[in-house]
Design a protein around this ligand. Sequence first.
Ligand code: CA
Length: 228
Amino acid sequence: MKLLLAEDDAPIARAILRAFEREGLQTTWVTRGDAADEALRAAPFDLAVLDVGLPSLDGIEVLRRLRARRSRIPVLLLTARDEVQDRVLGLDAGADDYLVKPFDMLELEARVRALLRRGQPPAATPSVLRMGRLTQHEGEEAVRLDGELLDLSPREAGVLAVLLRRTGRVVSKSIVLQELASSDSSAMDLSDSTVEVIVHRLRRKLEGNGIEISTVRGFGYLLRSANA
Ligand code: CA
């Protein structure tokens, strides 16, 4: 486990380093905000302990920049006083926890252990929608056939995803349009006939792969295995 400690008070920093060493944690120590920012950009850390009152950039600004880069590593802030404003700013900026100085070293160790446990990625794989040879990973627009990306336009992928989410059920054109519009507001102006055109193109692209979009007259579409 790699930790970053940003603390400009040397005696406090040394005490923390000794405590982390006892825990078997590998810690990089910096004394300035800009150095913390640089270190966090340069290398992956499992956790950062940031003092709020740091020279050059304060700990909250370092944290803001970290979260702006979409880093989700756990961050514990150290604040000099129990100032509500610091706490609120810190939590708003994306801190996971904070400690008010002076704090008990055992308390810090316990909080850090808890954060590191929480930071472990879940063992489960991301949820996947599956139908025959088609898959779509959660949070991904693209649909895959046997794990390979299908060459689809965003609209085609969108319509296929709507059908995939309802595999085995008949989906009306108005549901398709409604679902498309919920993630893409420009789809609001699409008509039933556009859905027909997109489905027509999807059928051609899926042809021969054991996947079929059948039309249920008067109701809508049904995605299913061609040989089922
Ligand atoms: Ca300080």
